[in-house]
Design a protein around this ligand. Structure first.
Ligand code: MF3
Ligand code: CO
Length: 252
């Protein structure tokens, strides 16, 4: 079942998503060579808690192997869900940082890929095209379109640029929970999937690889890496479906 949120509920989701955007803007100022991913995680958690919110990813996934951190920090060939730790950013890395918050019971979810120092032209282009593909996907999130119109637009743009779309992970509804219906794939056929209606809230999150779309999971049970070790980029926004133009909720 896909929830249609009321304007009041939407204002709560907007506040949570805005806090995630503010958190990522703050973290961005600390992204530089030599900084540990654990440090970034610590200051993100402090920032979120000092804004009366809770990190949404911390403890996610139940008792078997709960996600242990506030941020997902995924470097180079890591696609998503990289666990912060004693690893240091270095010049030339691209680093995807994903963050979620719970504020007044409502979730926001947002990710960006940053440059560490000066990165190669090919990495720059991968990141820029991934960002552009998210914008294209968002432009499809309007009343009357089908869910898969989003992925179809992302996939055709990405593949025409010579990159590939990860299949194993998808976007999702978001609001009262982190992951709600519907799944929002970043690939697929136009005209397929549930019809979008004003008031639905989606986390659209293309994961784009330089080489093969195939991925695997590391032994930690979380970190997703590309099967060919080539680099990957990730952007995500919490987006509200509207009649004529989607509203990006995860902005400062
Ligand atoms: N944005 C990601 C997602 O929607 C991050 C989840 S990390 C997790 O799946 F730990 F919460 F799973
Ligand atoms: Co998400």
């Amino acid at each position: 079942m896909i929830t249609i949120y009321t304007e009041e509920e939407i204002s709560y989701i907007r506040a949570s998503a805005k806090l995630v955007a503010n958190t990522l803007n703050f973290i961005e100022t600390q992204v530089k060579p030599g900084v540990s991913t654990l440090f970034l995680d610590k200051i993100a958690e402090d920032f979120i808690r000092s804004n009366n919110a809770i990190p949404a990813f911390l403890g996610y996934g139940g008792s078997r192997n709960p996600y242990p951190a506030t941020l997902c920090i995924s470097i180079n060939e890591e696609v998503v869900h990289g666990i912060p730790g004693a690893r240091y950013l270095k010049d030339g890395d691209i680093v995807g940082i994903d963050c979620g918050t719970i504020l007044n019971g409502f979730y926001g979810d947002h990710a960006k890929t940053f440059f560490v120092g000066s990165v190669s032209e090919s990495n720059k282009k991968l990141v820029e095209k991934t960002k552009e593909s998210l914008d294209i996907g968002i432009s499809m999130a309007i009343d009357g379109n089908h869910v898969n119109d989003i992925g179809a637009a992302i996939q055709s743009f990405i593949e025409s640029n010579g990159y590939s779309v990860v299949r194993d992970l998808v976007g999702h509804g978001v609001g009262k929970k982190l992951h709600e219906d519907p799944p929002v794939p970043n690939y697929g056929k136009k005209g397929v999937g549930p019809v979008l209606r004003e008031g639905m809230v989606l986390a659209i999150e293309p994961m784009i690889n330089m080489g093969t779309w195939r991925v695997k999971v590391l032994r930690d049970g979380w970190t997703i890496v590309t099967a060919d070790k080539k680099n990957s980029a990730h952007f995500e926004h919490t987006v509200l479906v509207r009649k004529d133009k989607a509203e990006i909720l995860s902005q400062a």
